[in-house]
Design a binder for this molecule. Structure first.
Ligand code: MOS
Length: 723
């Protein structure tokens, strides 16, 4: 039976409100916690005095850096062990009280003495102290193949500009939260995390305890997008310290305003990009230099220019990354990290080159297609980009492209634009356990978490398909560190990581069942060849003998207590690969621009994506649409602003931080180009990040097509297009 496009496993639980999010976990005698925020953006804490707070109703205890002294030093504990203030709003203590409101009031009453130092509240202030990070994500920060400088000097056309992207914040619907308590010396932690096992490891390190004494739950998440990892840990540790000190469960939930400063951000970038072309429209040189913000307490860099090493054929490529420290919140990966800002620059410049060369933008990209990974000098495992251009252009109707500025609809100037997108396909280690009960119901277990993107569904679906049972017979258990260790949810890796492990576990079950059937003369399958057997519709069938037997009958005779099998897979070791694996896509956009009001509307989006085998087209489409909407937000709305005087985030509410709403979102036409990839287990590539990149440049290119204005900074706003 086909389980393609199985409905979302947890849909009914979520729409009926019966899915328990970790912040909702009840606990007897629970205390509520609130964070005390530093009033300065740079300096030291001299003292934290709870006296005025302790006089307020409900106050129970305060935890500050002094108690955190006991935690083992690591990057994850640095912010709560030290007196240094790195950014405005940095928590200096946590207060617990009987109710959430009492905790908030008590936190405000805590008296803090600080010694301020001058703060750096913008990149421009410290740009002369930029430095090169060692790595950008998994990649070297600098690269050089051929001689880009000479190629650019000799090119017939050079497009050289600066591109700027703003700080964005992740803002999952569900804020970060923890409900935690201690049982003897053991910790129970209910938290919203993209990395259950990373969380467990950091707790074990910080509290110097064995992982077996820690149980972390994260069964449902209301989104993550990259922010539910390490930057949350310090505040969670404080809640755990408070629970330890008071002997009571403690609940901490960040406020929406704190989601702007305490859990990471997409870093601001300033990118200098030069592309050189020959008269034939072939790329001869790329020089892509990125400067980006990091905090004063740690280094983080997106792999922003890295995608310029891969996307097109070009013999001469130089890329560099530099970081500037500011007293602002620390950046972390945010959906399509690196590739979203990086392709904004690259794909905007490509469009400009097409315009100046008089070559159609799609044709120019086809002409510069990279038929292998030129950076590593090895083949692609598969590459469907040309197919994406062809299908995307056809579905969009690109060949009927009107002359620039010619399409007008009332007050709207209509513009078309397109861009490419790409994202690496890699895997982490994963273990799963599959149990087939006597009634042929299936239980699939993995400790990984579901961010909301469909991990429950595809895990259940893969196991159900392999054993030929229906999804209604499948129970999936995730989000518990006592279950087999699974991947963190990041970098579009979870499905690809689980696939080989599920394949191994289910193959083991099938082998056992098949052996039981063919070796038993009471079975209709007795004497059949194992390699002729299929698992379908709750039965084992022989393809050649036209005989079959129900799984329940096989189990009743030989395994009345059911059968269990485990499977595991290893992480991708990038260095040792003989091929490079990427997902690709092409995004086509129609915008309307009202040049008098400065209003920009995305009217139509066609995306064609080639990302391996699609296990569940319904959920995959949902991922692409979600990513594209995020990309529209980055292109037209989202911008986190620091007040240069105080260092505080300005407008830390959803009234001020604009995100796309329904009225901003057009119809999406998504085509998924199915790929067989012999190098990837199950042909599975990730899709989550792929849809989030590319559309930013496609929108900017469409705005240019509509009104002839090239906007090289994101978000594109009224002031960029008006007049
Ligand atoms: Mo992600 S940005 O790897 O959640």
């Amino acid at each position: 039976m086909s389980t393609d496009s199985a409905l979302r496993y947890e849909a009914a639980l979520k729409v009926t409100g019966s899915a328990v999010f970790e912040a909702e976990v009840p606990a007897a005698g629970m205390l509520h916690a609130a964070l005390v925020e530093a009033p300065i953006g740079c300096g030291d804490v001299l003292s934290v005095d709870a006296t005025p707070a302790s006089a307020l109703p409900g106050f129970v205890a305060m935890i500050s850096y002094r108690e955190a002294d006991a935690l083992q030093p690591s990057p994850a504990t640095a912010l709560i062990r030290e007196r240094a203030i790195h950014f405005a709003g940095q928590p200096v203590a946590l207060v617990t009280a009987g109710t959430w409101l009492e905790a908030r009031s008590a936190a405000r009453a805590v008296r803090i003495a600080t010694q301020a130092r001058p703060a750096v509240t913008g990149m421009a202030q410290a740009i002369d102290q930029s430095f090169a990070p060692a790595m950008v994500g998994r990649f070297p920060a600098e690269s050089r193949r051929g001689d880009a400088a000479t190629a650019l000097a000799e090119a017939s056309l050079v497009v050289r500009h600066q591109y700027v992207t703003a700080v964005n914040n992740h803002h999952p619907m569900e804020p970060h939260a923890v409900v935690c308590w201690w049982e003897g010396g053991k910790a129970v932690v209910h938290t919203s995390t993209q990395a259950i096992f990373g969380t467990r490891a950091m707790i074990a390190h910080a509290f110097r305890m064995p992982t077996a004494d820690i149980r972390v739950f994260s069964r449902f998440l209301g989104g993550g997008f990259g922010c539910k990892g390490q930057l949350w840990w310090p505040w969670m540790f404080w809640a755990m310290l408070a629970a330890k000190r008071t002997g009571r469960p403690v609940r901490l939930e960040l406020t929406r305003a704190q989601m702007f400063s305490l859990i990471g951000r997409r870093q601001q970038t300033v990118q200098d990009l030069a592309l050189g072309f020959g008269a034939d429209g072939r790329l001869t040189g790329i020089d892509h230099r990125v400067v980006a913000q990091t905090s004063t307490h740690a280094d983080y860099s997106d792999a922003t220019a890295v995608y310029s090493r891969w996307l097109y054929a070009c013999p001469n490529v130089t890329t560099t990354h530099r970081l500037v420290r500011t007293n602002e919140p620390h950046p972390v990966p945010m959906r399509a990290p690196g590739t979203a800002p990086g392709t904004f620059a690259l794909e905007s410049a490509f469009d400009e080159a097409a315009e100046r060369l008089g070559i159609d933008p799609v044709e120019l990209r086809v002409r510069n297609f990279a038929d292998h990974d030129q950076e590593a000098g090895r083949p692609w495992s598969s590459n469907g980009l040309l197919e994406c251009y062809r299908i995307g252009a056809e579905r969009f109707g690109w060949s009927a492209r009107p002359a620039r500025g010619a399409a007008i609809d009332g007050r709207w100037r209509i513009g078309w634009g397109m861009a490419s997108t790409l994202y690496p396909a890699i895997r982490q280690a994963c273990k799963v356990r599959v149990n087939l009960a006597a009634d042929a119901s299936l239980r699939v277990q993995c400790g990984t978490q579901d961010m909301g993107s469909g991990t429950y569904t595809v895990l259940g679906q893969m196991a159900a398909t392999a054993l030929g049972v229906s999804m209604s017979q499948v129970t999936v258990e995730l989000g518990d560190s006592w279950l087999p260790e699974g991947p963190f949810s990041g970098g579009s890796q979870v499905t690809a990581s689980m696939a080989p492990a599920v394949e191994m576990a289910t193959a083991r079950l099938r082998a056992t069942l098949a052996r039981m059937a063919v070796a038993d003369d009471r079975s209709p399958l007795s004497g059949q060849r194992i390699e002729d057997l299929d698992f379908q519709d709750g039965m084992i069938r022989s393809r050649t003998g036209n005989v079959g037997e129900l799984l329940t009958d096989v189990l009743a005779r030989g395994a009345a207590d059911g059968l269990e099998a485990a499977g595991e897979s290893a992480a991708t070791q990038l260095q040792s690969l003989a091929v490079t694996s990427m997902g690709y896509g092409a995004v086509f956009v129609e915008v309307g621009v009202d040049p008098e009001l400065g209003e920009i509307r995305v009217r139509r989006v066609c995306g064609a994506f080639a990302a391996g085998r699609i296990l569940n087209p319904r959920l995959a489409k949902s991922q692409y649409v979600g990513g594209l909407i995020g990309g529209i937000g980055m292109a037209l709305h989202e911008m986190t602003v620091t007040d240069r005087a105080s260092g505080r985030i300005l407008g830390d509410t959803f009234a001020d931080y604009l995100i796309p709403v329904h009225a901003d979102v057009p119809e999406f036409d998504i085509t998924m180009v199915d790929e067989e990839d012999p190098h990837l287990p199950g042909s599975v590539k990730g899709i989550g990040m792929l849809g989030t990149a590319g559309i930013q440049a496609a929108i900017a290119n469409a705005v240019f097509d509509a009104i002839g204005k090239r906007v090289r900074s994101l978000p594109i706003r009224i002031e960029h297009v008006i007049g």
